[in-house]
Design a protein around this ligand. Structure first.
Ligand SMILES: [Zn+2]
Length: 434
């Protein structure tokens, strides 16, 4: 496919250029101002009034939680988890998880996401949904441990080992299996050490929740006499390429540790606000050369997977928090959403519109009401665009979403099944009483 006469965002220059981007099979084979040689039967995509971007990379998600959308509103994190989330999660099956993941993937593709990092309690169904849909993903289980079990006996360790054997690096890395540690407050030092070794031995990335609430940090000090960052650092987890979600409460020492170990942060502004967790100072993180990326978190705390909305909120929060409109300009934010996300996921072949990179791309249509008149496309992209302006989402050269259609997902069936599951999990009388 040739994207012809199209505006495209360069992560290298941080600016928009106009020209041609050619895709052959899975790869971007040409980027430039001059029209390249057209291959036989090549599709020409008219780039008039369109903006081509590297696909967005959502570095923290729980896709099957689409089935728990919006439950437990107005509760703080610990009560939200124990009173609302965990009881419903006990009822989930692999079949439910498959439907929830597919629903989540459709929602992600619709807002221009081409890759996501996902932690949850069911694994196989998520991997199958990723492979069937064609989206890139880093999938992990959230390993937990509440007693002095050996690493091998801790919940979700064997699942992680099995998934690494069966799925790690499937389809040339389309699907990667990461090692997930749910959080400090749901782990033991023994299990964290084991997870660090498991990831290291299998060349896996690590995903975890970190310093999400003040209560979490205070409780960690009571238990271990150190911050959660120090806890994980001393147990060796950061020798692996790690993405830490949230990081709302960091000390100067924590910032230095994260920077020294090149830990990426998945900033989840919508979730942090909805759960009343606080505001993460990502400007300060970036000043410490920490790789800050954007995550949606799950739909029980967001409550959608509209990645564009999270980008906008990430910028607005910092401008308000620092009382400085110059922080986090649109070009910085788009890099956080693309090439920086790729670094977090340990992917070296995506996140940029460059020759030789995977064709993981999103097209924004600037003909819509909310994008007129065209003034400053990068700024409009962050502050004015909606998922309905996503005209096309392509992963590895294959169109996975275009003009409301999902070529690889039977969206009618997924919507039907999701509705049925909802009726089972949330009986009508409860829904009315809400
Ligand atoms: Zn999370």
């Amino acid at each position: 496919m040739l994207f012809s006469n199209i505006n495209y965002f360069s992560t290298e220059s941080g600016q928009i250029h106009c020209g041609y981007v050619q895709v052959l099979n899975e790869k971007i084979v040409y980027v430039g101002e001059k029209k390249p040689k057209i291959h036989e039967n090549e599709e020409i995509y008219d780039g008039t009034d369109k903006l081509l971007l590297p696909g967005f990379i959502n570095t923290h998600c729980h896709a099957p939680m689409t089935l728990l959308r919006s439950i437990g509103a107005d509760l703080p994190l610990q009560r939200w988890l124990h009173e609302k989330i965990f009881p419903i999660e006990k009822k989930l099956t692999e079949s439910y998880s498959y439907t929830g993941t597919m629903l989540g993937i459709a929602e992600l593709l619709r807002s221009g996401v081409t890759s996501f990092s996902d932690m949850y309690v069911l694994g196989k169904s998520r991997c199958d949904a990723v492979l069937e849909s064609g989206i890139n993903a880093n999938i992990c289980m959230g390993i937990v441990c509440f007693d002095d079990k050996n690493f091998q006996e801790a919940p979700f360790v064997q699942d992680t080992i099995d998934m690494i054997k069966e799925y790690h690096n499937t389809n040339h890395g389309q699907l990667q299996i990461d090692v997930g540690i749910h959080a400090e407050y749901t782990s033991t030092p023994n299990v964290v050490r084991g997870a660090a070794e498991l990831a290291f031995d299998n060349k896996c990335n690590v995903q975890l929740h970190l310093c999400e609430t003040q209560q979490e940090v205070e409780a960690c000090h009571m238990r271990h006499h150190k911050s959660p960052v120090q806890y994980f650092s001393e147990l060796g987890i950061f020798k692996n390429n790690t993405t830490a979600a949230h990081c709302v409460y960091l000390t100067e020492n924590d910032l230095e540790l994260l920077s020294a170990h090149q830990v990426s942060v998945a900033h989840c502004p919508m979730s942090n606000l909805k759960l009343g967790s606080g505001i993460a100072d990502i400007v300060k993180m970036q000043a410490h050369n920490i790789n800050v990326t954007i995550g949606t978190d799950g739909t029980a705390s967001n409550d959608n997977l509209n990645y564009i909305e999270d980008m906008k909120l990430a910028a607005l929060l910092q401008k308000g928090y620092h009382k400085d409109p110059s922080v986090i300009p649109a070009s910085t934010l788009l890099k956080m959403a693309t090439c920086h996300g790729a670094v977090a996921q340990g992917r070296t072949n995506t996140g940029k519109i460059c020759q030789g990179f995977d064709a993981d791309l999103v097209v924004i249509d600037f003909n819509s009401i909310n994008l007129q008149p065209q003034t400053e496309p990068l700024t409009e992209m962050i502050y004015a665009a909606l998922p309905s302006d996503v005209a096309l989402t392509m992963v590895r050269g294959k169109i996975l979403y275009q003009n409301g259609q999902f070529p690889t997902i039977d969206i009618e069936k997924i919507l039907f099944d999701a509705k049925k599951i909802g009726e089972t999990l949330y009986p009508l009388k409860n829904r009315i009483s809400l």
